[in-house]
Design a protein around this ligand. Structure first.
Ligand SMILES: NC(=O)c1ccc[n+]([C@@H]2O[C@H](COP(=O)([O-])OP(=O)(O)OC[C@H]3O[C@@H](n4cnc5c(N)ncnc54)[C@H](OP(=O)(O)O)[C@@H]3O)[C@@H](O)[C@H]2O)c1
Length: 474
């Protein structure tokens, strides 16, 4: 079987979501590990007055691409930014771009999605379901398409406790839902959303389940693979340890804990914390596309990119490692010494919220007022609570994911690919315990996320930093 870099040699890849967390890591890794790939079409929309080309230039000028710039300075020539707003009819592609894409694309990686848990249903359906369908319809016209790789989430079927590597029946027929949304006004949509999403916690997960079904049904004649990551966190190794550029998921809460602001959270000590590093997800996606491209499996291939079944790691352990690491490496200007109580007891939780979050914030705001400064801590705490509520469901429950396809994929890799495109979980165990035995990960995390260790790195933009609860200026 050809190796992974050999498979990608001369291929034209189409990537959505290249300006996002996962997409940019995938773009970097593809160009670094498979330098003979012919070109990568990145579908990017205009945003904040920037053209897609300017946005891509910004992404590839970032720290994440330092290593690639060193190893393969000509990589820029391979990236072709294509203007595309995925929520528009026909993805808003120009006729010319559409023709080129249809003629030349060999492999698609569909990463773009709205990952906001509280997205209103109409918008979540528009991007996660309708845009996915539009991309599939475009893929059907492609003359040389070998693989359609769809990035989903391991929680798409979180209403089940045991999740196999199959696409389950959807909660509702996506076509019927799309038709209904056309005539419903926003008020009605909001009213029926809780009923529709049923035992799923949010519109994001609900629409990702619908998207999988659309991919399976509409992509029946395509060679489709689905990778389902659980909670994607900072990189394990590549391009350097600890790389991350967002505060989705638990990363923001870790830092709030380190700052001594987060003192309690609704979580079960024994619930599985299924965290997977972004580079492992990317590597698995590249390898899964390679496998489907080379072997042309008869059925859709689904990969549960999770760690819990093979390397169980619990929220109680996460809390222990995070707190003990921050005690050893205190953050500057911490509000208090880090200490967190996880509890699944309703009364206890509200007690701790009042005593250890609200009361100190209230008093601190009085102190700020008395010293002529604007109060900000209550506002910070309110924002923190909102972020916590979104995560509670995941920190209080556990799931068992079957990973047979993942294990099969690992066994298919030749020794060089195993080294270069690591998808295995033996090391994820180490990663999961990222803060304790691997201080370089922790330092990487601080370096890239918080810009704490070296002020010269300005990875997080000022605007983003202002958005963090503990940076609020009142
Ligand atoms: N992060 C996780 O923990 C996690 C876990 C499981 C699964 N996943 C899956 O991984 C994939 C990537 O997630 P992520 O964390 O990288 O998300 P992200 O950082 O929010 O990136 C989302 C990407 O989608 C693009 N996008 C959004 N709306 C668009 C539109 N209307 N037209 C064109 N592009 C649009 C964004 O472009 P703009 O820059 O223009 O907004 C961005 O590039 C998603 O499918 C998600 O469901 C993520």
């Amino acid at each position: 079987m050809v190796s992974i870099p050999e498979y990608y040699e001369g291929k034209n890849v189409l990537l959505t979501g290249a300006t996002g967390f996962l997409g940019k890591v995938l773009l970097e890794k593809l160009l670094r590990s498979c330098p003979k790939v012919n070109s990568v079409y990145v579908l990017v929309r205009q945003k904040a007055g920037q053209t897609p080309q300017q946005r891509v230039e910004e992404v590839i000028s970032g720290k994440l691409f330092d290593r690639l710039r060193d190893e393969n300075p000509d990589f820029r020539e391979k990236i072709i930014a294509v203007n595309s707003e995925l929520t528009q009819p026909k993805l808003a592609l120009s006729e010319e771009d559409k023709e080129i894409i249809i003629e030349s694309t060999n492999i698609i990686f569909h990463c773009a999605a709205t990952v906001r848990f509280n997205e209103n249903l109409r918008d979540a359906v528009q991007l996660n379901v309708i845009a996915t369908r539009q991309l599939i319809l475009l893929a059907q016209q492609m003359k040389n398409l070998e693989v359609f790789m769809h990035v989903s989430t391991a929680y798409a079927y979180c209403n089940r406790k045991h999740i196999d590597e199959v696409v389950y029946p959807p909660p509702v027929d996506p076509k019927k839902l799309i038709d209904s949304l056309e005539w419903m006004d926003d008020g009605l949509v909001n009213d029926i959303t809780p009923k529709l999403i049923g035992d799923r916690p949010n519109t994001y997960i609900y629409t990702k389940a619908l998207a999988e079904y659309v991919v399976q049904q509409e992509g029946a004649k395509l060679n489709v693979a689905i990778v389902r990551p659980s909670i994607v966190g900072a990189s394990w190794k590549e391009p350097f340890p600890g790389w991350i550029d967002n505060f989705n998921g638990p990363s923001g809460l870790f830092i709030a804990a380190g700052k001594g602001i987060l003192r309690t959270m609704r979580a079960s000590n024994n619930a599985l914390a299924d965290l997977v590093p972004v580079d492992v997800v990317v590597n698995m996606s590249l390898a899964a596309a390679w496998y489907s491209g080379v072997n042309r499996p008869r059925n859709i291939m689904v990969y549960n990119c999770t760690t819990g079944s093979t390397n169980p790691f619990h929220w109680g352990e996460v809390e222990y490692h995070v707190i003990s690491t921050f005690k050893r490496n205190p953050l500057e200007q911490a509000f208090r010494r880090p200490n967190v109580n996880l509890t699944s007891n309703h009364l206890l939780y509200h007690y701790w919220i009042a005593v250890s979050h609200k009361a100190p914030a209230f008093l601190y705001d009085i102190y700020l007022r008395m010293t002529g400064r604007s109060p900000r801590m209550m506002k910070t705490i309110t924002r923190l609570h909102k972020a916590m509520v979104f995560l509670e469901y995941f920190t209080s429950n556990s799931w068992v994911w079957n990973t047979d396809n993942v294990n099969m994929l690992m066994n298919q890799l030749n020794p060089e690919d195993k080294k270069a495109i690591q998808v295995g979980f033996s090391f994820v165990k180490i990663t999961a315990k990222l803060f304790s035995p691997h201080p370089e990960l922790f330092q990487g995390f601080l370096l890239f996320v918080l810009n704490i260790t070296y002020n010269t790195y300005t990875f997080i933009q000022d605007e983003e930093r202002k958005g963090l609860p503990w940076q609020s200026s009142g």
